[in-house]
Design a protein around this ligand. Structure first.
Ligand code: SF4
Length: 375
């Protein structure tokens, strides 16, 4: 099949064999990171060039595969190429908006909620998103995808903490992107967690299906199956990401018995309209990924140009609910800065009461009476 990625490869990587192109390790080793290489493909604007070369800038990195997506989609391009606005920090913005650092109970292990922990296993991603909540951690060093001995020692401390805390029944393995690591390293993490009897559920947070779809080899999926129940929280942004390659990866994930839910960040001039989000959610359902969360963009330093007012977010979700399958409507939520947790955002449908009837407004704005007898 000739896909956009195939055409892109012919144009910009003509000497690379198809075998290499479809090899996730080749994609990782050939991430596009320099201003010169990005310019060769994207013809950078003066603003993008200035942002890329600014001192201390959050690094840029894109797999050649995902560059093919960003090349054909101006919206996806915005999510991976920097602009000078990233240098402007507004009041309320911070490098650790979710307040994870104060809740670290072991290196890389955040324990905030009673029965679950967030386990930051790596600081590496194959592609860096400009609005990354963990940009204080990820991509800051030119760390290899193989974890160092120091990093592995941190994992052992995290396992030890979880072992000693029987209340932890759910572990979210995240980073960075854990699926950028070798199968053996991922297997070590999952086996160590599975050896702890009270860990019931393991989730892996990843963007790999859309930025590195060739990562889903039979060997990786066979290894993950050993550790079920394992769930994926897949970071998806725009319908253009659901290419034939990404769709194939998602179907393989589902066939391996891994339930996958999507997490989407609402981003200005990227996906902040009902049509775009509806198309994304429909495409996700077709490849058996359940739309799960739609998040407000966290107030990470320099993210103002991505943030959408909550009022607009509510209007967008109201244009989905009732107008498409309930399965296609993600839960809209904000993660409260400083560790306040997630709060679900929804338009209040309860208008008032008339005796034994509750007055509700339906998706079309029509006032409805619902029998509701108060004791
Ligand atoms: S994939 Fe996630 S962790 Fe990696 S850069 Fe994007 S938002 Fe950050």
């Amino acid at each position: 099949m000739t896909t956009d990625a195939t055409l892109f490869k012919r144009k910009f990587f003509p000497d690379v064999s198809t075998k290499d192109w479809n090899d996730w390790r080749w994609q990782m080793a050939n991430r596009i990171t320099s201003a010169a290489d990005l310019d060769r493909i994207f013809t950078l604007t003066a603003e993008e060039k200035a942002a890329l070369t600014a001192p201390d800038a959050f690094p840029a990195a894109i797999t050649p595969y995902y560059a093919s997506v960003a090349f054909s989609s101006p919206e996806v391009r915005r999510t991976v190429l920097p602009v000078p606005a990233e240098r402007t920090e507004l009041a309320g913005e911070t490098s650790d908006p979710l307040g994870e650092e104060p809740c670290m109970v072991a290196p890389g292990l955040v324990h905030r909620y009673p029965d679950r922990v967030l386990f930051l296993t790596t600081e590496y991603c194959s592609t860096y998103c400009r609005y990354c909540t963990r940009s204080r951690l990820v991509g800051r060093n030119s760390v290899p995808s193989r974890p160092s001995e120091k990093r592995k020692a941190c994992w052992l401390k995290a396992f030890d903490y979880i072992r000693k805390h029987p209340e932890v029944r759910d572990v979210l393995v995240s980073g960075g992107d854990p699926l950028t690591m070798e199968d053996g390293d991922i297997d070590f993490i999952l086996s160590s967690l599975r050896a702890i009897p009270h860990v019931e559920m393991i989730r892996i947070g990843t963007k790999t299906p859309v930025v590195l779809p060739m990562r889903f080899t039979p060997a990786l999926l066979k290894m993950i199956r050993k550790h079920h129940p394992v769930f994926f929280s897949v970071h998806m942004t725009h319908p253009a990401e659901i290419t034939p390659e990404a769709a194939k990866a998602c179907v393989k994930i589902a066939d391996a018995g891994i339930p996958a839910g999507s997490q989407t960040v609402l981003l200005k001039n990227v996906n902040d309209d009902a049509g775009t989000l509806k198309e994304l959610m429909h495409r996700l359902l077709k490849v058996r990924v359940r739309p799960y969360y739609l998040f407000q963009c966290d107030p990470i330093s320099g993210s103002m140009h991505f943030r959408v007012p909550v009022k607009k977010g509510l209007e967008i979700v109201d244009k989905l609910r009732g107008y498409t399958s309930g399965y296609a409507v993600p839960t809209y939520a904000v993660d409260i800065p400083g560790g306040g947790g997630k709060i679900v955002l929804a338009t209040d449908r309860v208008v008032g009461r008339d005796g034994d009837f509750l007055l509700l407004r339906n998706f079309e704005g029509k006032l409805c009476r619902y029998p509701d007898y108060e004791a």
